[in-house]
Design a protein around this ligand. Structure first.
Ligand code: LLP
Length: 388
């Protein structure tokens, strides 16, 4: 939790300047406690489901260890994520494998170890999974990633189940895909997978997914396909403001009725953002303050290289000064990279006396922050630290 004590920003009781004393900026700091709380809340809302954390949101080992210890599973999309999940202690039977271009190495490693399920992204992937299963001498557990063609209320980049998307199997191929998987000796059909998009905060979107899932299950059952498991994917959003986030309990209340009476045995969820976004801050240092064009530009030492979300999606993250100060005046917080898009926050209120050397905290950066950081302009990747 972020709080000010005597005018200094603290993360879970630790003064942020103390963290910065041992680390070069920019760096990410995480509240382990919040991640643990959120993991427990998700599991409580769905006690019988496999809750598989999407490593693409964050792959920092101490957080992964905590999530594995809390009984969660993992959702991985690359051999690197597979290895990170295994190293953190996630058992293979709790790991689901996603991706529209899974490498042969990932297919083989996950099948050989007995992954919970490989989410089939295309009928064209079937022969590749069959070959991998043959190569390792073990059958592959497969779920069909169905694309129901839903328009969700989120950023276009975060829509993955819309008509025309390159993810998942389109409705016209569902029955054939199920039959082909059932007919292959090397494959074992465990169920259906859906992922409706990311940063979904509107209940109406979850209702739309619920309806689509119910219709899909019924359609496949009518074609003689047994559906043991429904994987709802990820997508539960956070508000990125002071307003409270939707909760897994809210989600359970919405989704529960849609499976009633269908005979589905198991459920899987793949949350990423909801579990970790709120737990992370990006700490940057002011390099220069410039007054130009009637504005105050605060240039800091980490921008789209450290946190890509504002540049890529126009995402708004709150920015708080580490040393509180009044009065506040408007500022545009910009990164150090030579791109007009390198704006961390277009309009925030920051202390009027903000000066080079001061620290700023970019909030809610625990998901898709460090994991999407890059080396643009030959800058080192931000370091990461957990507060215990
Ligand atoms: N499952 C699948 C198949 C996914 O593609 C994703 C995210 C998740 C689960 C986890 O979704 P979440 O619960 O985190 O919404 N870089 C973007 C987000 C991209 C999400 C991609 N897929 C951002 O910074 O907002």
């Amino acid at each position: 939790m972020l709080t000010y004590r005597q005018g200094i920003l603290h993360l879970d009781g630790r003064p942020v300047p103390d963290l910065a004393a041992g680390l070069p900026t920019p760096f990410y700091a995480y509240s382990l406690r919040l991640v643990q709380q959120r993991a427990a809340a998700f599991r409580q809302a769905f006690p019988d489901a496999l809750v598989a954390f999407a490593l693409k949101a964050n792959r920092f080992a101490p957080l992964l260890h905590a999530l594995a210890r809390a009984g969660l599973g993992a959702d991985v999309v690359s051999l690197g994520e597979w290895r990170a999940a295994r190293a953190a202690g996630f058992p293979p039977a709790r790991i689901v494998v996603n991706g529209n271009a899974k490498s042969d190495a990932l297919l083989r490693a996950s099948i050989a170890a007995g992954a919970h399920s490989l989410n089939l992204d295309a009928v064209e992937e079937i022969p590749r999974i069959v070959a991998a299963a043959r190569a390792v001498g073990r059958p592959a557990r497969v779920a069909l990633r169905l694309n129901p063609g839903l328009d969700m209320h989120t950023h276009p980049h975060l829509q993955v189940a819309a008509p025309g998307s390159h993810f998942g199997i389109p409705p016209a191929q569902w029955v054939d895909a199920a039959r082909a998987v059932q007919q292959a000796r090397e494959l074992h059909l465990v169920g259906l997978h859906f992922h409706a998009g990311s940063q979904l905060t509107a209940a109406q979107d979850w209702h739309a997914l619920g309806r689509a899932v119910r219709e899909a299950v019924q359609r496949l059952q009518a074609a003689g396909v047994t559906v043991d498991t429904v994987n709802w994917g990820g997508g539960l959003g956070v508000t990125y403001t002071d307003a409270p986030d939707p909760t897994p309990q809210d989600l359970a209340a919405v989704l529960g009725p849609y499976l009633e009476g269908l005979g589905v045995q198991g459920q899987v969820f793949e949350p990423g953002r909801w579990l970790v976004a709120r737990a992370g801050v990006l700490v940057v240092r002011v390099v220069q303050v410039k007054h130009a064009w009637g504005r105050r530009f605060v240039a800091v030492d980490g921008g789209m290289n450290a946190l890509l979300r504002p540049a890529l999606y126009g995402a708004r993250h709150r920015v708080w000064p580490v040393r509180a100060g009044e009065p506040r005046q408007p500022a545009t917080v910009v990164g150090p990279n030579c791109e007009s898009a390198d704006v961390l926050a277009p309009e925030v209120a920051l202390p009027a006396d903000l000066a080079p050397g001061d620290l700023l905290a970019v909030l809610d950066a625990g998901a898709y922050g460090a994991s999407m950081a890059n080396g643009y302009n030959a800058r080192p990747l931000p370091r990461e630290v957990v507060v215990l």
